[in-house]
Design a protein around this ligand. Structure first.
Ligand code: AMP
Ligand code: MN
Ligand code: MN
Ligand code: MN
Length: 288
């Protein structure tokens, strides 16, 4: 009996990075929550790209199903043509950030149009409408272009679309507009959330993390499917050194197999507890 109890305590885990149809995920927000429940996680963060449109539905599903939902977003900071992702977790005053998110989504649409132009110049005749249909009102991204290319028969699958046209350095890969990391961190803080550096991987060096910590970063995504064991060890050590909170998640977009399954990162529930403590301290210091 004691063994069984400790085993249950040992497996308590959460997933703090997932996408829905509000951006480039495959499932409606409520379906993401249902999938998280099936995966056995205690809490799930919805972190769509540049939108919080799915959060309300996710929260309602969480209440119904009995699983904690963390309100989140994934922002793309862009400085000197280098793109870095920032998760905003535990967002509370969400209305204030919407104006900026609307601008970011408008920029995504402009970039979608430029991507279609680049494809057309290569003789690949898809239209922005084809892409918009794939996005179905959600924040437009390269996965929607990829799905439009698959639907029109230009490539066999999404992976081939990235390999041939859309991936880094490929001919229809268009850079995003500048969005300084400091502004992204400020946007998350204005919403009462924690600013967490998403999947830094090998780029998560001591110097860079130190400069971001000085800029107000709260945490680092330590566990992510793209991270090596060395990444995880280094990032956990840097978290401890700079008094940042650790986070982690599967970056689920709807996969039904492979390393990006919901819950696959087995992020300890204790990490979420440390985030909660950080949020409480923050609110005590700066009451809303
Ligand atoms: P965007 O935000 O428009 O630059 O699109 C980036 C998104 O595309 C990421 O969030 C992933 O969901 C997806 N993605 C990036 N690289 C690849 C790839 N090589 N194959 C499939 N999906 C990818
Ligand atoms: Mn994505
Ligand atoms: Mn990302
Ligand atoms: Mn993501």
């Amino acid at each position: 009996m004691i063994g069984a109890t400790s085993a249950i305590v040992g497996v308590a885990h959460v997933d703090l990075h997932a996408h829905s149809l509000a951006s480039d995920g495959a499932c409606a927000p409520s379906e993401v929550i249902a999938a998280a429940h099936r995966a056995g996680v205690l809490a799930i963060a919805l972190t769509d790209h540049d939108t919080i449109a799915g959060v309300e539905e996710a929260e309602a599903a969480g209440e119904r199903i009995g699983i904690r939902v963390v309100a989140g977003v994934e922002l793309s900071a862009v400085e000197n043509d280098r793109e870095t992702h920032l998760l905003g977790l535990h967002l509370v005053q969400r209305d204030g950030m919407e104006e900026r998110l609307i601008e970011l989504r408008a920029a995504r649409r402009r970039r979608g149009a430029q991507t279609v132009e680049a494809l057309n110049a290569l003789g690949v005749t898809i239209t922005l409408d084809d892409v918009m249909q794939q996005a179905d009102g959600g924040a437009i991204g390269r996965p929607h272009v990829a799905r439009a290319l698959v639907a029109a028969g230009w490539v066999p699958d999404v992976r081939a679309a990235f390999d041939r046209f859309l991936g880094a350095g490929r001919p229809a890969c268009i850079a995003k507009e500048p969005f300084p990391m400091r502004d992204a961190i400020a946007l998350v803080h204005e919403a009462g959330g924690l600013a967490v550096l998403a999947h830094p991987g090998r780029e998560g060096t001591r110097d860079w993390i130190e400069s971001l910590a000085n800029a107000g970063l709260d945490g680092i995504e330590v566990r992510h499917p793209s991270h090596s064991a060395e990444d995880v060890a280094r990032l956990a050590a840097l978290c401890a050194h700079y008094d940042l909170v650790p986070s982690g998640g599967s970056d689920w977009h709807g996969a039904t197999e492979g390393p990006r399954l919901l819950g696959s990162q087995r992020v300890p529930a204790d990490w979420l507890g440390r985030q909660d403590a950080r949020v409480s301290t923050r609110r005590a210091q700066r009451p809303a």
